[in-house]
Design a protein around this ligand. Structure first.
Ligand SMILES: [Zn+2]
Ligand SMILES: [Zn+2]
Length: 134
């Protein structure tokens, strides 16, 4: 039996979503394409990009903009991100933010917080230690 076009598209979509959910590295669209292609060699770059944007528009994944790129995250729970300005890696920040008063009370002077997106920029510990070695 030959799978219909629609079935194939659904299978591709769930494959991309499963891949995103399985990683913690906040991959870029390019990286997602690279990884997915290993298992689905016939998938096109355009399809991967379209599927990712679709997930984003539906709020199923987060898109984190950095200076150079857009990174995707299937973890849509409230958490902040740390973006390393040296290596461009995107890290999750959970614990520290739960201690922050504003985020804990979900309230500011101007209104109630429903969701948030916080980006920290800096040098990650990996890059920091590499620097101090040289
Ligand atoms: Zn770094
Ligand atoms: Zn994240």
């Amino acid at each position: 039996m030959i799978a219909s076009k629609k079935e194939r598209a659904t299978a591709q979509k769930s494959f991309i979503f499963d891949y995103l959910r399985s990683v913690k590295c906040h991959p870029t669209a390019e990286k997602v394409y690279e990884e997915v292609r290993k298992k689905l060699p016939t998938i096109s770059q355009g399809t991967v990009y379209r599927v990712l944007n679709n997930f984003k528009d539906k709020g199923q994944v987060l898109a984190i903009d950095t200076k150079e790129n857009v990174h995707f995250d299937a973890d849509i729970s409230d958490h902040a991100h740390f973006i390393c300005e040296e290596c461009g890696n995107v890290y999750d920040v959970y614990d520290e933010c739960s201690k922050c008063g504003i985020l804990k009370n979900r309230k500011t002077k101007v209104g109630k917080i429903n969701k948030y997106q916080i980006k920290f920029y800096g040098t990650c510990t990996k890059c920091g230690s590499r620097k101090s070695l040289s």
